[in-house]
Design a protein around this ligand. Structure first.
Ligand code: GTP
Length: 598
């Protein structure tokens, strides 16, 4: 295909605004995927993704399209993930395109996610084509939402395409505008090879499959390639295009999108953002923008049954083959026994990994509350990074302690500005800016400690705004604060897995709230169980769980056997997720209690 006939584009949309539906519809209209083999939402092919309705991993699809002017074009759709945790992957997939469809639900409006991705698209100089979707809905307000896009995003919307991905309205118009508005790639076929990796996954039979966009030069099956960031070299076994099934080809050139396999053993060796060049004829400079996606949120994972420790190690090992951003190392806890300290990009990433471990590997895990990385400077001026609160050195050994800060941009209807400001204030937020666009769209900008956001901030934002507010964040650096370690003691024993780092001014409140919560969550035993919160040797809050007096079945007066059975089953199920700490059984929920203090 001549470069002038290629169009590379992606779709930017807030979750649920119809990205997958539109992609499916385009595949159908261009007859890329025959009607009968069309599974719903072709592009989201991980089960977990489909269940949760979110796109995690990006993929690509190549469509052949004959436009109204009678010319044949190749349209490459590059899918982008839709969650803050994966914003680095979004930026890399945008860098592989010349244009972006901005899909906005015409019954809703512009959300923080949309806006953040539009900024990324503008940074990458993409041509942005705005589209109002779901115009078939009775609640659709195309005029209002169009003016909102003009106002908030600053795009001319006088010719905005009105579409319904579901009903197939406006899709032809969208295909035409891709051909006419998105610029073709630059013709740099003669230059040394440079291809941008925008996704990769591990296939147990072929090794890592790499998805790339060629920026310069040509690539052939059998070529020896070099990955410029990892420094590794491989020989290409297989080269192809995504249609969206993999179809082998011998050669691809500048402007094209494809996949390759080269016996690469783990995705860590072919990370998103890395540049592929030829080992023989290397490019001088890699493509700009490569950074390593670094874990931001950490937690401990412990098998409820210590016999599962080796299984857990094996499972993490396998997940890691496919997830360069996941990190883990062995952790020994005096309370919990052997487990792993794991690092994730964010909370969603953490939930996904936990869920996969339990579902695909059949493990029963206890997860400790999420923590961020603290930077601790000791008296000799040495800096260490602490991702586990129980390892924080005592105050007399540290000079200062710093924590990561983020800038959060929230977009909300004006009515909820007050309650969201309260939320941010209660999380040690620093107000930065407020911008008013329309009645339904006010942007609120705060700087917040990441630790205050990785707990239940997002849930709070959603419930306080009845689901209307959205948010986006980026890391802005580290700041020193008077932080202290709060220890929790159950039955007189310190439980390292419950230790946390809090701001001095909040320690009393958190200590009290946490002991009260643990009292609710830990079941009664045959003996009285004291629960205490302490800073150093000083107890700042205490509660106790009274001893169990009667047999639990005594409550089921009468001989209702099915009810008894149910109760026993419920207990048995509860048991599964308990960890014995000394002589006290502590349930999974207790380790997450800190997330539910409000
Ligand atoms: P994520 O994959 O979570 O990012 O969502 P998405 O943006 O891909 O949205 P998706 O295509 O899954 O659509 C979300 C919901 O909106 C689905 O229930 C679709 O059936 C519905 N939907 C999509 N487009 C339209 C449309 O044009 N009209 C109507 N009425 N519903 C639509």
């Amino acid at each position: 295909v001549p470069v002038s006939r290629i169009r590379n584009f992606c779709i930017i949309a807030h979750i649920d605004h119809g990205k997958s539906t539109l992609a499916d519809r385009m595949l159908q209209m261009t007859e890329t995927v025959a009607q009968r083999q069309m599974k719903e939402q072709f592009l989201d092919n991980m089960d977990l993704e489909r269940e949760r309705g979110i796109t995690i991993k990006l993929q690509a699809a190549r469509m052949n399209y004959r436009s109204k002017d009678g010319e044949d074009y190749v349209l490459n759709l590059i899918d982008t993930p839709g969650h803050v945790d994966f914003s680095y992957e979004v930026s890399r997939s945008l860098a592989a395109c010349e244009g972006a469809l901005l899909v906005v639900d015409s019954s809703q409006g512009v959300e923080a996610q949309t806006l953040a991705n539009v900024y990324l698209a503008l940074e990458n100089n993409l041509e942005i084509i705005p589209i109002l979707n779901k115009i078939d809905l009775p609640g659709s307000e195309p005029e209002r939402v169009a003016s909102e896009i003009e106002e908030v995003v600053g795009l001319d919307c006088s010719d905005i395409i009105k579409a319904s991905a579901k009903a197939g309205i406006g899709v032809n118009e969208i295909l035409e505008s891709i051909v006419h508005l998105v610029p073709p790639p630059e013709d740099t076929v003669e230059q040394p090879l440079r291809a941008l990796i925008f996704d990769s996954y591990y296939d147990p039979y072929r090794g890592v499959i790499v998805y790339f966009r060629i920026m310069d030069g040509t690539i052939n099956t059998g070529d020896r390639i070099r990955l410029m960031a990892s420094g590794k070299e491989y020989e290409i076994d297989e080269l192809g295009v995504l249609s969206p099934d993999q179809i082998q080809v011998d050669s691809l050139h500048a402007g094209e999108v494809g996949y390759l396999s080269a016996a690469i053993k783990t995705v860590e060796n072919a990370r998103v953002g890395d540049t592929i060049t030829l080992a023989e004829e290397q490019a001088k400079e890699p493509l700009p923008g490569y950074t390593e996606a670094k874990p931001m949120v950490f937690c401990g994972l412990f098998p409820t049954d210590s016999d599962q420790y080796e299984d857990l190690r094996e499972a993490l090992n396998r997940l890691k083959l496919n997830d360069a951003a996941l990190s883990y190392e062995p952790e020994t806890s005096s309370a919990m026994g052997f487990g792993f300290r794991c690092g994730f990009l964010g909370l969603l990433h953490m939930e996904i990994v936990q869920e996969r471990l339990e579902r695909e590997y059949d493990l029963d895990l206890i997860t400790t509350a999420p923590s961020v990385i603290y930077r601790v400077t000791n008296l000799d001026g040495e800096v260490m990074e602490i991702d586990n609160p129980s390892l924080l050195p005592p105050p007399q050994e540290r000079e200062k302690i710093e924590e990561p800060y983020i800038e959060v941009e929230m977009i909300t209807p004006e009515t909820y500005v007050g309650t969201l400001m309260e939320l941010c204030q209660s999380r040690r937020g620093v107000f930065k800016d407020m911008r008013y666009f329309t009645l339904s769209r006010t942007a609120l900008i705060y700087e917040l400690p990441l630790a205050e956001v990785v707990t239940d901030f997002f849930d709070q934002l959603k419930s306080r705004s009845r689901g209307y507010a959205s948010m986006e964040y980026q890391l802005i650096g580290y700041r020193a604060n008077p932080l202290v370690k709060l220890d929790l003691l159950v039955n007189g024993d310190g439980v390292d897995a419950l230790a946390m780092i809090v701001h001095r001014d909040k320690a009393y409140y958190v200590g009290r709230a946490l002991t009260e919560k643990l009292k609710e969550l830990i079941p009664r035993h045959q003996f009285k169980v004291p629960i205490q919160a302490a800073i150093g040797a000083k107890v700042i809050a205490s509660e106790h769980i009274p001893a169990l007096r009667k047999d639990v079945l005594a409550k089921c007066y009468g001989g209702d056997i099915s009810r008894k059975k149910k109760l026993l089953q419920k207990q048995a199920k509860g048991k599964k997720r308990m960890k014995a700490i000394g002589t006290v059984d502590v349930p999974q929920e207790a380790f997450m209690a800190v997330l539910k203090l409000e």
